[in-house]
Design a protein around this ligand. Structure first.
Ligand code: ACM
Ligand code: ZN
Length: 625
């Protein structure tokens, strides 16, 4: 009989299963955990799960059930093994089974999210918190063959684990990923899959960008036109055809009901992920103004945006009804999101309308504000006062520094790191998300080789090189850097496959920068562990970007008698290439040994892996001496 491991049907077993695994002789199992743990001590020999298992939850923190349940579902979903859970046991931890233990005394070394994982005669995860136990599970799952994460083909792999002692905890307490669901809408199911992707990377904060010029995506009961009107746009610009503008003549729409939101917030909570909602103001608000034009300076009328960029029509700061509207919206938002933080945007708000608006000018006069930047600061402070009165803290993009920072605000530094440095020096908390390294809407290689994106070139290696703590900060100031976040704006990302392509593999680099101590971060070592991470992505069914073949740095000029050497960043992948300028396909020549040349040639190469292929690498080869 299959016993459900869903925690709703948690059961205490009457017949104790005494055996669930056994020690097996030593054969070397490489440990390829991403993000790299703080300390790994390998033991002698291995441990193999062979039969149905007991999971023992020691103590009374039953939130651990989320971690235990995640583990059990993952294994039993992909093998024939089944698990039962015992809550509140006193069974010795060195006896058979999978033990979750909350430490009696708070262990400062591992903190709120760390864990100890020991695999020997049993499997033991000790932590201060349930979150720590969850991260222990994520590491434990990475000790198994990658197939455990997705295939129901038990015969093809053995559940062998290396005996090991791991001590692990994160370097940063804020490890975030952002998703813009406004430029393109993603369904509830897709958002959950995205949250799963975050969870396997030990990320703990989902920044959900819910309102924009091109669409408002959250149901607000008091303002039905936000879903009737603002959640729709009549069409979307095609490609980058701004001038002359070409639209696709296809309605784009979508929103999450409050029930959907609750479901997603709970889904994230079970994976120890906090969801921070973003409600943009005063700019990026055209869709809301299309529904409620009286909140603007001019009175409209407006249409939900159909092309990208920054629009001049923003909320009127002179109009008290703007604040009433925003406070009512935020009240409903606060009731839906348990997060301590609410993100209010604050970026890219042009001041042209405020400059001409009698109400905005009157506000500046009555409040003694010397310019429109101070009016923006007034706007944000007023919203902050409201949020603080509800027990919440405000986060905004770094433009909220202009005209003076609201007293308790946390700053997301996106226009480089300068805003973050400035805010930290003023004693404010900061999340680093600079466009240079953390904008995953940017290309991951040369644009001509990749699907259409907004610009830039942020390779996996570049993401990996990011250091969230700027050298300019003193140790005391650096305490304000809470962590980092990658952002995914979706102007050019219209479906979930492309979303995953942009996040994977870069989310692995993000994860390691956010978790692993700087002194342990090493690109070559990370690249070796990535070989297995690609197999995990494959098992999990994500549309990751297959990396391109690596050519040696000096390939452009090849000495006579030497060939062009190509390497695959993934084991078992095949490199194929052409010498006639055509795009390599499944039938092109397979690379086996360095390619020899007698004249100048363009080589196009591409990696093929499990039915997927990388984009093309072009290498112009010239013959040297
Ligand atoms: C932003 O990218 N406008 C925060
Ligand atoms: Zn105005």
């Amino acid at each position: 009989m299959k016993i459900s491991v869903n925690f709703l049907t948690f059961c205490v077993l009457s017949t104790i299963i005494l055996s669930c695994g056994k020690s097996v002789p030593n054969h070397d199992i490489a440990i390829n955990v991403i993000p790299l743990p703080v300390s790994i001590e390998k033991g002698e020999g291995n441990y193999m799960l062979t039969e149905d298992c007991q999971i023992y939850i020691h103590g009374k923190n039953f939130d651990i059930k989320y971690a235990a349940n995640y583990f059990a579902n993952q294994i039993s979903g992909n093998t024939d093994l089944e698990f039962n859970m015992v809550l509140g046991t006193d069974r010795p931890i060195d006896e058979e089974g999978i033990h979750f233990v909350i430490l009696d005394e708070y262990d400062k070394k591992i903190g709120d999210e760390g864990y100890y994982l020991e695999i020997d005669k049993s499997i033991v995860i000790k932590s201060n918190t349930a979150a720590g136990s969850f991260y222990g599970v994520i590491t434990l799952l990475q000790m198994f063959p990658p197939e455990i994460l997705g295939y129901k083909n038990k015969d093809k792999f053995e559940l062998v684990l290396p005996k090991v002692k791991i001590t692990d905890y994160p370097g940063f307490k804020y490890r975030g990923a952002h998703l813009d669901v406004c430029r393109h809408f993603f369904t509830k199911k897709e958002v959950k899959k995205y949250i799963d992707m975050m969870a396997v990377h030990k990320l703990n904060t989902f920044h959900w960008h819910l309102t924009e010029d091109q669409g408002w995506r959250i149901e607000i009961k008091k303002y039905p036109k936000l879903t009737e009107i603002a959640s729709k746009r009549k069409e979307t610009i095609v490609g980058k055809n701004f001038d002359p503008y070409i639209g696709d003549s296809t309605v784009h729409e979508g929103f999450y009901t409050q029930e959907d939101i609750k479901e997603i917030v709970e889904y994230a909570r079970e994976r120890f992920i906090t969801v921070i909602p973003e409600i943009e103001m005063p700019g990026h608000s055209l869709a809301a103004l299309a529904a409620y034009p009286e909140l603007s300076c001019t009175g409209g009328p407006f249409e939900t945006g159909t092309k990208w960029g920054v629009f001049e029509d923003i909320y009127c700061a002179g109009n008290d009804s703007t604040f009433a509207f925003l406070e009512n919206v935020l009240s409903e938002v606060i009731d839906l999101f348990p997060s301590q933080y609410i993100h209010i945007g604050g970026d890219e708000a042009p001041k042209a309308r405020w400059d001409k608006c009698p109400k905005c000018q009157a506000r500046m006069k009555s409040e003694g504000l010397k310019d429109e930047n101070e009016l923006q600061s007034y706007f944000i402070r007023r919203i902050e006062t409201f949020l603080n009165s509800k027990g919440k803290n405000l986060i905004g993009w770094d433009e909220i520094l202009e005209g003076g920072l609201a007293p308790n605000a946390t700053v997301m530094s996106w226009r480089g790191t300068e805003g973050g440095i400035d805010a930290a020096r003023q004693g404010h908390d900061v999340i680093m998300t600079p466009g240079s390294h953390m904008y995953f809407d940017h290309y991951q290689a040369y644009a001509n080789m990749e699907p259409l994106a907004i610009g830039g070139n942020t390779s996996l290696e570049k993401v990996y090189s990011f250091d969230p703590v700027p050298k300019e900060l003193s140790e005391k100031e650096a305490v304000h850097i809470l962590g980092l976040q990658a952002n995914l704006w979706t102007e050019y990302i219209a479906d979930v496959d492309y979303l995953e392509y942009m996040y994977l593999p870069r989310m692995s680099a993000l994860a390691e920068v956010g978790w692993t101590p700087k002194k342990l971060r090493n690109w070559d070592d990370f690249s070796k562990r990535m070989v297995v991470q690609y197999e995990r992505y494959e098992s999990m069914g994500y549309n990751y970007r297959v990396p391109t073949p690596v050519a040696l740095a000096d390939t452009l000029m090849i000495p006579k008698g030497r060939g062009l050497e190509l390497k695959s960043p993934i084991e078992k992948a095949v490199i194929r290439y052409t010498l006639d300028g055509s795009e390599p396909n499944e039938k092109s020549i397979e690379y086996t040994t360095p390619i020899a040349f007698s004249k100048e040639t363009t080589v196009k190469s591409r990696l093929f892996y499990k039915g997927k292929m990388s984009s093309v690498v072009s290498t112009l080869v010239r013959l040297g001496e």
